[in-house]
Design a protein around this ligand. Structure first.
Ligand code: IPE
Ligand code: IPE
Ligand code: MG
Length: 247
C-alpha cells in the first residue's frame, strides 16, 4: 500500500469530506462482462480497496467506511457466499501488517455472530493490532444492514431501560447513536455508490440522514484513485444546509 507520509510542509489537506462511505457495487457485472465467474469480480474489487485506502491520507479523507457484505447478501448462491467469506479471511490476513505499517485503524461494523469463528477471530485481531493507529480510520461493514443495526441497538437500549440504567424520558436523538455499531464514528459526509444503481440498499440508514450522495456508473473494480479524487472535488462545491437557509 502506498501512503503519502504526513508532511507539515505540505500544508493542510484539501478541504473535502472527512468521512466518505462507499457502497462498492458492480463486481458481478464487471466479471460477467469479461465472461468470468462473479468471484473473479470480487477479487478485482478487493484489489481496488487497497488503492483507495492508500489514497485517503493525500485526499484528506480521515474516515473511510466500505460496504463489503450486507445482511441481505446471504441470499446469493452458496458458492458465491462461501467464496466471499474466504476472500474476506484472506484479505484480512494479508492486509493486517500493511494496515499497521500505513497507520490505518481498522474497525468492523455489522452483526458478527452469524460469521464463522475463524473470520470473527481475524476481525478481532485486525482491530486489536491497529487500535493504536492514528491515520485513516477504515471501517468495513461486514454482514451489515442498517435495519439490523437499529434493531440490535434498540434491543440493547430496551435492556438498559429494563434494568434501570436508562430512563425512557432521557431518550433523544443523542441516545440511540450511542448504541449503534458506529458510535465512535462521525456521520458520513459523502456516500458514494458505484455501478449505476441509485439506492442505498440498507446502508447506514440512521447515519446518512444528512449525507451528500454520489451515484456513479463506474463499476467498483474500475474505481480508481482518480475517479475518487474527482468525486471529492465535486463534493467541495456543494452547499450543505442541514435544513437551514443559505446565508
Ligand atoms: C458488490 O458487487 C459486492 C457485494 C455485494 C459483495 P455485486 O456482487 O453486487 O455486483 P453486481 O451488482 O452483481 O454487479
Ligand atoms: C449492496 O449491494 C451491498 C454491498 C455493496 C455489499 P447489492 O448488490 O447487494 O445491493 P442490491 O441487491 O443491488 O440492492
Ligand atoms: Mg450488486
Amino acid at each position: 500500500m502506498t501512503v503519502q507520509p504526513d508532511n507539515p510542509e505540505l500544508g493542510q489537506p484539501p478541504s473535502g469530506p472527512c468521512h466518505v462511505a462507499i457502497i462498492m457495487d458492480g463486481n458481478g457485472r464487471w466479471a460477467q462482462a469479461r465472461g468470468r465467474p462473479r468471484l473473479f469480480g470480487h477479487h478485482a474489487g478487493a484489489r481496488r480497496v487497497r488503492d483507495i485506502v492508500g489514497a485517503c491520507p493525500e485526499l484528506g479523507v480521515k474516515y473511510l467506511t466500505i460496504f463489503a457484505f450486507s445482511t441481505e447478501n446471504w441470499k446469493r448462491t452458496q458458492t458465491e457466499v462461501a467464496g466471499l467469506m474466504t476472500l474476506f479471511r484472506r484479505y484480512i490476513m494479508k492486509e493486517m501488517q500493511e494496515f499497521v505499517k500505513a497507520n490505518v485503524r481498522v474497525r468492523f461494523i455489522g452483526d458478527r455472530p452469524r460469521l464463522d469463528e475463524k473470520l470473527r477471530g481475524l476481525m478481532d485481531e485486525a482491530e486489536r493490532m491497529t487500535n493504536q493507529c492514528t491515520g485513516t480510520n477504515l471501517t468495513i461493514a461486514l454482514n451489515y444492514g442498517g435495519r439490523d443495526e437499529v434493531s440490535r441497538a434498540t434491543k440493547r437500549l430496551a435492556q438498559d431501560v429494563a434494568v434501570g440504567r436508562l430512563d425512557p424520558k432521557d431518550v433523544d436523538e443523542e441516545t440511540l447513536p450511542k448504541y449503534l455499531d458506529t458510535y465512535v464514528l462521525p456521520d458520513p459526509d459523502l456516500v458514494i455508490r458505484t455501478s449505476g444503481e441509485a439506492r442505498i440498499s440498507n446502508f447506514l440508514l440512521w447515519q446518512s440522514a444528512y449525507s451528500e450522495y454520489e451515484f456513479i456508473d463506474t463499476l467498483w473494480p474500475d474505481f480508481t484513485k482518480e475517479v475518487f479524487s474527482k468525486l471529492l472535488s465535486g463534493y467541495g462545491a456543494r452547499e450543505r444546509r442541514f435544513g437551514a437557509v443559505s446565508v
